[in-house]
Ligand binder design. Sequence first.
Ligand code: SF4
Length: 727
Amino acid sequence: MQDLLGDDPGKSLGGAGVDRWVSSVCGYCGTGCGVLVGVKDGQAVAVRGNPAHPTNQGKLCLKGIYQWKALHHPERATRPMVRRGTELREAGWPAAMEEVASHMRAALAEGGPDAVGIYHGGQLLLEEYYALHKLAKGFLGTPNIDANTRLCMASAVAGYVRTFGSDGPPGCYEDLDTSHLVFLFGSNPAEMHPQLWRRILRNRQKNAAGLVVADPRLTLPARVADLHLKLRCGTNIPLLYGLLHVLISEGMTDQGYIQRFTDGFSDLAREAAQYPPERVAGLTGVPAGQVVEAARLFGTSPTAVTLFCQGVNQSVQATDAVTLINALHLVTGKVGRPGCAPFSLTGQASSLSMREVGGGGSLPGFRNPANPAHREQVARAWGVEVNLLPAFTRDITAMLEEIEAGRLQVLWVIGTNPAVSLPHQERVRRLLDRVFLVVQDVYYPVETAAFADVFLPGAQWGEKTGTMANSERRVNLVVRAVNPPGEARDDLSIIRELAHRLGAGNLLPWRGAEEVFNEFKDLTRGRPNDMSGISYQRLATVGGLQWPCPAGDHPGTPRLYTGGRFATAEGTAQGFGDFNHPEGKARLWAVPYDPPPEAPDARYPFWLNTGRVIEHYHTRTKTGRVPELNRLAPEAFVELHPADAARLEIAQGELVRVVSRRGQIEVTARITEGVSPGEVFVPFHFGEPEPVAPKRCRAANHLTAAVTDRFSAQPLLKVAACRLEKT
Ligand code: SF4
């Protein structure tokens, strides 16, 4: 691991004799590291960390260093393709686009706006998201638009909105440098956000910052933590209540802050009183003494940051868990000041941008489509009839149900790979096969394209210019360094051409990405994510700006909610109805604990936990094509405890079958004490080379269930029951 965090590994990995270095931002995780892309003879030949960028000060992790290798891969898609019989055959752009447009027109004529849908990735540029959502909501009028961010941070969004009134991580990375305590709850930044882990380690080294980890697995952070709360899968809620119980019963709360700036404390305290540490120990497996110790560390620490990620967002009652994490900080007054924040880490480079423009069921500027005033504001800005804007949007799980019911006829998938990433793969693939499917991606083959009727080759990171916001709300400029290969086009021009063919050209009139950004930022004026003071010119010179940034000379805002001012008042709030609070106080929610919908039993005796490894990203469409990363992590596996391996007579490296109620996979056994007895872990990155009729399944999502969180509609990808069999 130390090698991954070295001083500047990028220096030793190419870059000699490049023609020019292009300043940009890493296209992988939501950390948003500044990079310099080395270009020689029109090709990217190196990437190194940008020493002037405030996020990473010149450092990069493995994925960032090698990402230039994914640009010029022989499997880059260079020509559109259209299905003829059982085959996709190369076609010109006009023919391919007309194939898409004609099917959309026919579907709209027959089934109305509900007959078309869009499902896109979280690595596009803000400008592309904005164009896509304007086309979908302002012209097609369809509620069927969602992003794969539904799988990773929808619950963080819903939790922030329910507590604070608006989306937006309240803290900043500087808090990791100075906080007295870092609490990692369902987050493993050593593998998922390595440059943030480096900052945490530096804080521990320089300032002796405390580190507490809540995770069912013995991750690297858990190994070096002061305290590891090794909870059972699916028990975040009782553990959080246990911590609140101790904080409240031992008087470690800030009653002045609670009274002035929050609402709902008495209900929360009443619920927390039901969770004394001894009961929590029985529910979670965390010894009562550790629950008390963790609460005391948190309560007595002058400052604390809680970083949370998929261990919360993809687990049982995820939105509720986010509101309880927020509550830990609110009842102790640890919000809106240096070193204090409940901080959601985003997995994808621009997923926060997607949220800002209206993904995840909102409208641009963190507006709510259910709020008539917000709908009116957007309709007026777009010059469209207000009734055209859908009052709600469907998440991807609901869109699959629409396909199953025969109502959704055309699905446009952009930059994401649902034939690996969505739960209950057998059903997903059956439904992808049923709908008229347009796949827009940068590589071919890619698993989802096996079901495509039309394939459109897109440009990727390094080949287009626009903006992306990272986890600390920092808007960065991403700069085109090289041209896309062959006939591949950037997504914005593809979206605009389709809009033109459908008759919506006037709605998307821009000549380039900067004009899109300028239109969008005007829609954020006065909103919680006000970006009206940000311009491409400023971004090119300052290394990113954190919103809100309401004026051209505003320096950006490192922390939200300083002084206890929250976004819950009606009009301001992204929430609508019972989310709002007339005085703008933060909301504390008392939530009941519901046990997981599926738990181990006699037939399926193991907890199944799915997740990531440091070498790969998503479904490996990029990292699987980087030889250095693939060599380090070439194969899917299942982690199981030595005691379970001995009982089942499974040897290290043996091919084993993992079976759930929905499907099965065959992967190699990795025997480790990193998981507890009775629990197994499978990485979700791997798909099958022949997804239509796989010879050997290895995608973790053959096993997972399409059960979703009741507020966020995020699937519970981290909690299922399974069994192991020898093959
Ligand atoms: S930490 Fe994230 S943003 Fe930074 S180099 Fe690694 S993958 Fe890229």
